[in-house]
Ligand binder design. Structure first.
Ligand code: PEP
Ligand code: MN
Length: 265
């Protein structure tokens, strides 16, 4: 991916545009984390994502490895120099992730739909006087005000390195997309908050590997500032979201194929 330009991830964190965040849906083992991270780092990815606590639709599935995963994130950072990112949904998650030195916290779509949970997270950040970057995914339902409200709670807690992640919106029934892109919603967010970094999550929008490339291109054409893409060293054996994860090699191919042109919006 050529043509990298600096962007500001809010007021004080300067990062490259497009910002690429990649890594597995879930942290599964130390070996899976280190192997995936080494391949991504070799291909120039600077920020590594992995879910430690996983919000699953139904009980009984893999709900994340919890605290050991934070140790693996530390090892990824030591071994590769990448920044690390994980999802937080509770006060305890915030505290554990901050204690482990995670660089970027993201808030998932089920959590951003819940003002009580958002306020709890905001309070936990404020109590710690945290200076961490926070990315807020859109709520599962297509409610722009709820998304903005979730980000305002984080902003009001003193967080200035703030960004939004568009991961699509739930719909009942079978569709091409796992979550409907409804692009007009993030575009309206961009119109109202032109300085707010806006990142696209083609993995959770598409739900299928073959949709990652075209959705990424669409997002770049619309002027998104970055992409968060699920990548796993052995996607077919992933414990969550296996049909949408791509190997680091495929991700590298996708990123090298994306054409960066002046955005149409
Ligand atoms: C994830 O990023 O793995 C995740 C659970 O995402 P979302 O909150 O968008 O469903
Ligand atoms: Mn996932």
């Amino acid at each position: 991916m050529k043509d990298l330009q600096p962007i500001i991830l809010s007021e004080c964190c300067s990062l490259l545009k497009p910002l690429i965040i990649a890594g597995p849906c879930s942290a599964e083992s130390e070996q899976q984390m280190l192997e995936t991270a080494a391949d991504l780092a070799r291909n120039g990815v600077k920020v590594f994502r992995a879910g430690i606590w996983k919000p699953r639709t139904k009980p009984g599935g893999f709900e994340g490895v919890g605290l050991p995963g934070l140790e693996w994130l530390k090892k990824v950072k030591q071994a590769t120099g990448m920044l690390t990112a994980t999802e937080v949904a509770t006060r305890q998650h915030v505290s554990d992730a901050l204690n482990a030195g995670v660089d970027i916290l993201w808030i998932g779509a089920r959590t951003s739909a819940n003002p009580f949970a958002m306020q709890e997270i905001a309070d936990a950040l404020q109590e710690r006087n945290a200076d961490v970057a926070v990315l807020v995914k859109n709520p599962v339902n297509p409610d722009l005000e709820l998304w903005i409200g979730a980000m305002q709670r984080i902003y009001n807690a003193g967080i200035r390195r703030l960004g939004a992640i568009h991961r699509g919106f739930s719909a009942y029934g079978k569709h091409l997309y796992r979550n409907m892109p409804q692009w007009h919603i993030p575009i309206e967010l961009r119109r109202r908050y032109p300085q707010l970094p806006l990142i696209c999550d083609p993995s959770h929008i598409g739900g299928k590997r073959e949709l990652v490339a075209p959705l990424s291109q669409q997002a770049m054409d619309m002027g998104f500032d970055g992409l968060i893409i699920e990548s796993h060293c052995d996607p077919d054996c992933a414990l969550s979201d296996k049909s949408q994860q791509v190997t680091p090699e495929v991700l590298n191919f996708i990123l090298n194929t994306i054409v960066l042109r002046d955005s149409v919006i």
